[in-house]
Design a protein around this ligand. Structure first.
Ligand SMILES: Nc1ncnc2c1ncn2[C@@H]1O[C@H](COP(=O)(O)OP(=O)(O)O)[C@@H](O)[C@H]1O
Ligand SMILES: [Mg+2]
Length: 336
């Protein structure tokens, strides 16, 4: 792996600095399933069907360590379902995968998170009736697994754990949310909720961060800041796998691109190469007859969250239930 710095912009005042891309990630020709020099995720024969529909059918996939990989593909390609499987929020019909050499297949979500793999959701899961700070603490305590509530509730009202709060404050400053620390998350803008979700994911100091459409619904004023945060994750030694539709952003920050269509990996490669690949253009045109190639060359399409997939993920982490349970507990505490 090597980082080339030839693309560094000498004058940061005129344009965002293009940070060096990580290259030399793969072994041999870039093709679907290509081996990586240092993979953090290795998946084999992962399938997931819903009724008669095959949502995911990935023969072999390796995600390179300490690089930013974009997972792209038309709506319904199986990107979110693959995220759900890899992070233990859904169970596959077949398949095995490992993270850092450890077998992860059928390991439940909270254990996956404890092993250093965290994800965010396509639909934001910030808890509206909790403060920004309490949402951050949830990121930490949520990793404790089965005894989730036993650990969460005391942390929420007693602020016992100085260390957790210090870590949260540090991240809130970094994500420019410190002024909102004690506000209810419901009052944040869509983009700020996305930032909060990313900040919360970092509470456990993960190694691999998976972001499902981090830019969707984000006001352009916050886009650059989100991109910078994603680039920072790599600089801090983390691995990023993210789903994104905006090809400008993919080109700008991804070191590697994996293209899915109809559940399969149909292409892989460096961003500029992949976008020229006929299989990629076909995948987009096949599913979006109404769109021209603007979709693969940088136009920002309107993204519709898939209610089926996100409903499935929501069932796994029933936020509404958590939220009402948390506020009930807080009310109880208030009246003591
Ligand atoms: N829980 C579910 N029940 C039924 N169908 C589902 C479910 N989750 C996903 N699907 C279907 O699987 C396919 C892949 O969906 P998804 O992973 O959300 O794609 P993407 O994230 O690439 O848009 C879609 O056809 C979707 O409707
Ligand atoms: Mg999706």
């Amino acid at each position: 792996m090597s980082a080339d710095s030839t693309s560094q912009n000498p004058n940061p005042m005129t344009a965002p600095v293009q940070r060096p891309k990580t290259t030399g990630l793969h072994v041999g020709d870039a093709r679907p399933g290509v081996s990586k020099v240092d993979p953090i995720i290795v998946a084999d024969n992962v399938t997931r069907t819903f009724g008669g529909l095959t949502a995911v059918d990935v023969e072999h996939l390796e995600i390179p360590r300490n690089a930013i990989t974009a997972l792209i593909g038309p709506n319904g390609a199986g990107k979110t379902t693959l995220f759900n499987l890899l992070t233990g929020f859904d169970k596959p019909n077949t398949g095995t995968w490992s993270y850092d050499g450890k077998d992860l297949a059928r390991v439940p979500a909270h254990k996956v998170a404890r092993m250093g793999l965290v994800r965010t959701f396509q639909l934001t899961k910030a808890l509206g009736r909790l403060s920004v700070m309490d949402n951050m603490k949830l990121g930490q305590t949520g990793q404790r697994g089965e005894r989730f509530w036993h650990s969460l509730i005391p942390a929420l009202w007693r602020s016992q754990d100085r260390e957790i709060e210090d870590r949260a404050d540090e991240l809130l400053v970094k994500f420019k949310l410190d002024a909102k620390r004690d506000d209810l998350a419901a009052g944040l803008s869509g983009g700020q909720k996305k930032l909060l979700e990313m900040a919360r994911a970092l509470m456990t100091s993960p190694n691999l961060v998976m972001l499902d459409e981090p830019m969707a619904g984000v006001n352009p004023a916050l886009t650059q800041s989100l991109l910078d945060h994603i680039l920072d994750l790599k600089d801090e030694g983390m691995t990023v796998l993210f789903v994104e539709h905006d090809m400008h952003m993919v080109r700008h920050i991804a070191d590697w691109v994996v293209v899915m269509a109809e559940g399969k990996v149909v292409a892989e490669g460096a961003p500029d190469e992949v976008m020229k690949n006929p299989a990629v253009i076909d995948a987009y045109l096949g599913a979006h007859q109404e769109l021209d190639l603007g979709v693969v060359t940088g136009r920002i399409p309107v993204i519709h969250a898939d209610p089926t997939t996100d409903a499935a993920a929501s069932a796994a982490v029933d936020v509404t239930a958590l939220e009402s349970e948390a506020s009930a507990e807080l009310d109880k505490e208030d009246t003591k």
